[in-house]
Design a protein around this ligand. Structure first.
Ligand SMILES: [Zn+2]
Length: 304
């Protein structure tokens, strides 16, 4: 199951805080996934389509609880889309009218219904409905991305303003004639999960963020180590050059014994740090002792 599917499954199991929230969630679902067609004699047919069976069942339940109506349910099979099902709920005539009015939706001028979202609890439920009907979220192990795909520009605009009030960082774009409302950035996405009531999804996203940060820290440490190694090698090269020049010009014997030892070790082990070279001396010396010996050789080669 994808992260998106498990998030939606969790959302479909939420018991709304109170009846007002049942209505708000239903309104969100219809705003995002509902459409109206006119049949003969001006009669309306409201249909709600989703590929998510759990959402279809939830929608049926909400319609029953709030309006005491039962929609017709049809399952459409798409051979083209790898045999994916679409569930279509339909309500005709007066019932369609009744539901749309009750949900505060004017299909000819779609927006976020004001009355239905007057309370804070209901605003959260409305957002949950919209996400369930049109949204998806990318696995946070891969990328931080949450989006809702809508077919109505007016509603998308209104939703953007509505979501901005939650202080989410919301963006809008278009894709193949559809409008995309999306969130980028882990804070906005975890906030949105909390607002909708998907606590488990939120926790697992938090966990994934922490894991990723630990991994990045470890990578930084490794990079830092390799920078140190590079510094050691650069310094070593300079020292070896000085030693070689000194020996070419004056011969090894011109160095005092302790410098001869240091020079020989440096030439033999170019990759070792000063500390490690000091360990090889007889008797052992510390890092700074080794540093001073090699510095003395470098100094001997400096003019003046
Ligand atoms: Zn409410």
């Amino acid at each position: 199951m994808t992260f998106s599917q498990s998030t939606k499954r969790e959302l479909c199991r939420i018991e709304p805080e109170s009846v007002c929230c049942y209505l708000a969630e239903l309104s969100g679902i219809i705003c995002a996934a509902g459409s109206v067609i006119f049949r003969g004699r001006g009669e309306k047919r409201l249909s709600i389509e989703t590929e998510n069976n759990a959402l279809a069942q939830r929608c049926i339940r909400l319609l029953k609880e709030v309006f005491d109506v039962s929609p017709a349910l049809a399952t459409l099979r798409h051979a083209r889309l790898g045999g994916k099902n679409t569930y279509r709920l339909t309500l005709d005539g007066e019932e369609a009218e009744f539901i749309l009015n009750g949900c505060g939706i004017d299909m000819s001028r779609r927006s976020v219904p004001r009355d239905v979202t007057a309370r804070k609890c209901c605003r959260k439920s409305f957002l949950r409905g919209v996400f369930l009907a049109s949204g998806s979220i990318t696995d946070p192990d891969k990328e931080y991305h949450l989006e809702m795909v809508l077919n109505d520009e007016g509603f998308a605009e209104a939703l953007l303003r509505f979501m901005n009030k939650f202080e989410l960082s919301v963006h809008k774009t278009e894709r193949r004639g559809l409008v995309l409302i999306y969130l980028k950035g882990k804070e906005s996405i975890t906030d949105m999960l909390s607002i909708m009531g998907a606590q488990r999804a939120r926790f697992s996203m938090d966990e994934s963020i922490i894991k990723k940060e630990l991994r990045n820290q470890a990578n930084r440490a490794v990079n830092c180590d390799s920078a140190n190694v590079q510094r050691t090698l650069n310094a070593s090269e300079k020292q070896r050059e000085a030693i070689q020049r000194f020996m070419d010009e004056h011969g090894k014997e011109a160095l005092p014994p302790e410098l001869q030892e240091a020079a020989a070790l440096r030439l033999q082990y170019p990759e070792l740090s000063l500390e490690e070279l000091g360990e090889l001396c007889d008797p052992k010396i510390g890092k700074s002792g080794m540093y001073h010996r090699l510095k003395r050789i470098e100094k001997l080669m400096q003019p003046g």
